[in-house]
Design a protein around this ligand. Structure first.
Ligand SMILES: Cc1cc2nc3c(=O)[nH]c(=O)nc-3n(C[C@H](O)[C@H](O)[C@H](O)COP(=O)(O)OP(=O)(O)OC[C@H]3O[C@@H](n4cnc5c(N)ncnc54)[C@H](O)[C@@H]3O)c2cc1C
Length: 277
């Protein structure tokens, strides 16, 4: 029997893409390809049977901004988002800069980064903390979904033959942004990122977000809400409550590993007590 050949489609528009996807429902979107070919060391690559290369769809590479939002097409490379400079919220820039090395950041796309199914990659925590939303399309519909709902633990909220097409990030002013990376994803080991951002208006803490993304997603919105509206510096008791809630969140979660849990907790402790008197 003749060997089956791989087919690679290069649609020039979303219409063409969904056309091909309807004919070949098993086809896999291929963005930068860094995850798809990761870890392959033999001379011939093992690829999905049918591939939908996204590189020729011009609208997926667009970026635009308004006063309130930054919009980034799914095929924009991580490197090119960093190059936008100061308009990109610091939490996201630092997360992007922490992904692998410059070569990989020049290949990997924001869409492929977000749609990595096995675990939540580094920029996920910032995108959730910043209230980003994602545009998803299939052959018939367009829908928007929050980064938090999209990246729910367990599985991505991506339906069959649905494509992530755009990311919209609110351009709010955050007065303090902390980024901390754990583990070493470069070597394929367990890892993750903690983002902690806050707004301070006349010594009132008006908004606070703390999100961990890695093998799992961790966030305790009750503890964030409990501090909103409090005077800065925080009281020792408020800081203690916040820390205790994070400790509970971590101890009730199966993942990440005990080592990363204790590193996250140490980081939360120093960040929150820095805001206290
Ligand atoms: C050596 C190395 C080091 C790394 N280090 C880090 C690190 O330090 N931190 C970190 O966070 N990550 C790290 N990564 C992972 C890296 O971030 C991802 O490989 C990369 O972001 C994926 O982007 P891509 O465009 O190459 O996606 P692809 O490999 O093309 O696709 C990834 C997945 O998403 C799907 N997909 C792609 N685009 C879309 C879309 N628009 N809509 C729907 N589905 C889509 C594909 O079908 C595939 O399943 C590393 C990877 C390598 C190889």
């Amino acid at each position: 029997m003749a060997a089956q050949h791989n087919q690679v489609f290069f649609p020039g528009s979303l219409g063409e893409l969904f056309n091909a996807w309807t004919r070949f429902p098993d086809a896999v979107p291929f963005a930068g390809g860094t995850e798809i070919i990761r870890g392959q060391r033999s001379s011939s690559l093992v690829l999905p049977k049918n591939i939908l290369a996204l590189s020729e769809i011009e609208e997926l590479s667009r970026m635009s901004r308004t006063e309130r939002y930054l919009e980034i097409g799914a095929m924009v490379k991580l490197r090119d988002i960093i190059r936008l400079g100061k308009i990109v919220p610091e939490a996201l820039t630092r997360s992007l800069e922490g992904v692998a090395g410059p070569h990989l950041r020049g290949l990997a796309t924001i869409g492929g980064h977000i749609c990595h199914a096995a675990c939540r990659l580094d920029c996920t925590a910032a995108l959730i903390a910043l209230d980003a939303i994602y545009e998803l399309r299939n052959a018939q519909n367009v829908r928007w979904i929050s980064a938090a709902r999209f990246s729910q633990p367990g599985r991505l909220a991506l339906e069959k033959q649905e494509l992530l097409t755009r990311v919209r990030i609110p351009l709010d002013q955050w007065d303090f942004s902390a980024y901390r990376k754990f583990g070493d994803r470069n070597s394929g080991a367990e890892g993750g990122v903690l983002i902690f951002i806050m707004k301070n208006r006349k010594n009132i803490l008006t908004s606070l977000r703390s999100v961990f993304a890695g093998e799992c997603l961790l966030r305790d919105q009750d503890s964030e809400a409990a501090l909103t509206g409090k005077h800065l510096p925080l009281s020792h008791r408020d800081a203690q409550d916040f820390f205790s809630r994070w400790r509970e969140t971590l101890s009730s979660s199966e993942k990440p590993s005990p080592l990363i849990k204790s590193e996250i907790l140490g980081c939360i402790e120093s960040l929150i007590y820095n805001l206290a008197d």
